[in-house]
Write a protein of this length. Structure first.
Length: 275
């Protein structure tokens, strides 16, 4: 199982890096749009829609995002848009998690599917905006979530004792969260020390300019949102009686399983770095 996860992750990483190094923004934009729309289809299915309507919603999302991309352009996105998106995530996710699986199931299918489309749509827009700022900015945001996810997995597996949210995701532990926090802090310290300033801004260098205490608070808030994004997808899957969002990625499940933690992290990151 572990070797499947590693090979799949390396394959996805290879595709991502190939699109990133291209001089045009289109390869990265179209690749990530495809991935986001597959994740949207997965979310719609988990929300109770049948195959046909779920595919229709994913295609509709792709059409809307492509139209916005062509008409508006990611570089024109206001900082206030990212602030409102971040505040909405920070308020909505704890409320949904507090209601639990029973509360999620009480919502109608439309609002459940619509929430996923909104989260995935703004996440894709944020990915393009981060890349427009610079490759270092995009990678620094992605690596925060990836480092936290990997550390939480191995830390929880090795040291996990106290359950984080047993009714939503029994496998997640507080020890996994502390492992993720340590990994994020170490990553940020290494990045700030080693990243050459002339290579452009990154999430960690921008946070550090706010001062050490605000930088620490920002990193911990981003980590908290990452954990809540992961738990939200676990809640959605548990309500549908599924272990994975799909089986499209060997060893990993679905694409939504790889996007979940990024959904609330991206808007706050973009608000921080577009000051």
């Amino acid at each position: 199982m572990l070797w499947q996860r590693v090979l799949t992750a390396l394959g996805l990483l290879g595709l991502l890096l190939a699109s990133l190094w291209h001089s045009s923004e289109w390869p990265f934009g179209l690749l990530t749009l495809l991935l986001v729309c597959i994740a949207a289809w997965e979310w719609a299915r988990l929300s109770g829609l049948s195959r046909g309507p779920a595919i229709g919603l994913a295609i509709g999302l792709a059409g809307i995002l492509l139209a916005l991309w062509g008409l508006v352009g990611v570089g024109q996105t206001s900082r206030w848009f990212w602030l409102l998106s971040a505040l909405a995530c920070a308020a909505l996710l704890p409320w949904l998690l507090q209601r639990g699986v029973a509360g999620w199931c009480q919502l109608a299918t439309g609002p459940r599917a619509g929430l996923g489309l909104l989260l995935l749509g703004q996440a894709w827009w944020a990915l393009l905006h981060a890349k427009a700022i610079g490759l270092g900015m995009l990678l620094s945001i992605l690596l925060l979530v990836w480092a936290a996810d990997i550390a939480a997995y191995f830390g929880g597996k090795r040291f996990g004792r106290r359950k984080l949210a047993p009714t939503i995701s029994p496998g997640k532990t507080w020890e996994g969260v502390w492992s993720a926090a340590l990994a994020v802090l170490l990553l940020s310290a290494l990045w700030i020390t080693a990243w050459p300033p002339h290579w452009g801004p990154t999430l960690y260098t921008e946070l550090w300019q706010l001062g050490p205490w605000l930088a620490l608070a920002g990193l911990l808030l981003l980590l908290a949102l990452s954990v809540m994004g992961d738990l939200l997808e676990s809640l959605v899957k548990r309500s549908a009686g599924k272990k994975d969002s799909s089986r499209i990625l060997p060893g990993h499940g679905g694409l939504l399983d790889r996007f979940d933690a990024l959904l609330p992290v991206l808007p706050l990151s973009l608000w921080i770095v577009t000051a």
